[in-house]
Design a protein around this ligand. Structure first.
Ligand SMILES: CC(C)(COP(=O)(O)OP(=O)(O)OC[C@H]1O[C@@H](n2cnc3c(N)ncnc32)[C@H](O)[C@@H]1OP(=O)(O)O)[C@@H](O)C(=O)NCCC(=O)NCCS
Length: 154
């Protein structure tokens, strides 16, 4: 396995990041991810609170993973007195998994959140995403809640 570098995403990462984002969030086409990223990577604020994108890049320059983090004013199970670092999206290409890239992306996001005064990191996963749950728990997250969402037409 080639050595992997973790760094902040830059405008030149837009195309590979769009493809990785589409793999994680297939409901939106790659082009839509690309449009969204063009704005984010050019420094346009995503919301009122800070956010950051980290990428995992091989020595050959291939972007094989990313983690998008943001601050949230509150998150389930966390102290509402201070903003919380939140894992908004986290993905490593299948052939590069189980070599520590995911853990290193998370460490970068945690350092970034700490640098913004956070003392907690939060995240979520769908109930059927057992891989995601295993990785979260292996990397120190504890389950604080399980939730069922409802709707009713009016
Ligand atoms: C979650 C994800 C980013 C982890 O990336 P990764 O590079 O494989 O993670 P790491 O190699 O750093 O693994 C860290 C630890 O998580 C655990 N882990 C990783 N993959 C696992 C698996 N398939 N089964 C059980 N535990 C696993 C292990 O404890 C691992 O440490 P170890 O290899 O030293 O035992 C990757 O699996 C992925 O992209 N999954 C699909 C998308 C997803 O679920 N994203 C998270 C929610 S948004």
């Amino acid at each position: 396995m080639e050595s992997i570098q973790i760094r902040h995403a830059e405008p030149r990462d837009r195309e590979p990041l769009s493809r990785l984002r589409h793999s994680l969030w297939p409901d939106a086409p790659t082009e839509e991810h690309g449009r969204e990223l063009a704005s984010v990577l050019s420094g346009a604020p995503v919301g009122t609170l800070p956010s950051a994108i980290f990428v995992a890049e091989t020595a050959g320059g291939l972007v094989v993973g990313f983690l998008e983090a943001g601050l949230r004013s509150h998150a389930d199970g966390c102290d509402p007195a201070t903003p919380v670092g939140f894992v908004e999206g986290w993905f490593v290409s299948e052939s590069y998994r189980r070599h520590g890239a995911g853990a290193r992306l998370l460490t970068a996001a945690e350092d970034w959140a700490r640098s913004h005064g956070c003392v907690e990191m939060a995240s979520d996963a769908w109930i059927d995403q057992t891989l995601s749950q295993s990785v979260h728990e292996a990397l120190g997250f504890e389950v604080v809640d399980r939730c069922v969402h409802y709707r009713k037409a009016l």
